[in-house]
Design a protein around this ligand. Structure first.
Ligand code: CA
Length: 235
């Protein structure tokens, strides 16, 4: 089934550009020029993702997003903001309104399509969680975020859990710092690849018996990190 996006935006040329590029990429696209009619349409038929302008003729995009987050059927709907420069970005980043991403006008439609696909992939993977991941005595339960090492509970922050769960669900696969930032942190201007190193170090201190000789999270020099698997060549 084709995925459907809704765009709420009052600038016709932007709507046209998005419509063209997303259709070409295989999406269904519905557009609305006003906030309130867009919101009503979302309630009637929730799409897979929403592209949301901020300055709309009737209702501010930020206020629309806040309303979505308060509604059971729409609170999980991924939202990508289309912003002008400056103050609007500060408002998105500053307010905890649950945006999944934003792009600044003028933006590359190809990049926007790629970002939307990445968000939808992440969401599909999130839907699979509920699984328990277990590797040599390390046990993660995504439903409860409980982690234990050989039966002893370990306290992790949500971010640490996400990072560990991402690696543990894909044993032996090597991930660069940039890829981990993308997958675990999502897009956030304030984090650098060094942030990944800091979090890996903290994780090791919490889960490894000897952090300097990790048996779970391995460093692959010049490439990144991976979860070491059971295979002898890895241990
Ligand atoms: Ca506008």
């Amino acid at each position: 089934m084709r995925q459907r996006i809704v765009i709420i935006e009052d600038e016709a040329d932007i709507v046209e550009m998005i419509r063209y590029n997303f259709r070409k990429a295989g999406f269904e696209v519905d557009s609305f020029g006003r906030g309130r009619e867009g919101l009503e349409a979302l309630r009637r038929n929730p799409p897979d993702l929403l592209l949301l302008d901020i300055m709309l003729p009737d209702e501010d995009g930020l206020s629309i997003c806040r309303q979505l987050r308060a509604e059971d059927r729409l609170k999980e709907l991924p939202v990508v903001f289309l912003t002008a420069r400056g103050e609007e970005i500060d408002r998105i980043v500053g307010l905890e309104i649950g945006a999944d991403d934003y792009v600044v006008k003028p933006f590359s439609p190809r990049e926007l399509v790629a970002r939307v696909k990445a968000i939808l992939r992440r969401q599909a993977r999130g839907a699979e969680k509920g699984e328990v991941v277990e590797i040599r005595g390390l046990r993660l339960d995504a439903r409860t975020q409980d982690v234990s090492v050989r039966g002893s509970a370990v306290e992790l922050s949500t971010l640490e859990f996400k990072l560990l769960h991402f690696l543990a669900s894909r044993p032996r696969q090597i991930f660069s710092r940039e890829r981990l930032l993308d997958e675990v942190w999502g897009r956030d201007c304030s984090v650098t690849p060094r942030t990944v190193d800091v979090h890996i170090r903290r994780l090791r201190e919490k889960i490894e018996a000897r952090p300097e000789e990790p048996e779970y999270i391995g460093t692959v020099r010049g490439a990144g990190y991976r979860m070491l698997a059971d295979a002898p060549e890895d241990v």
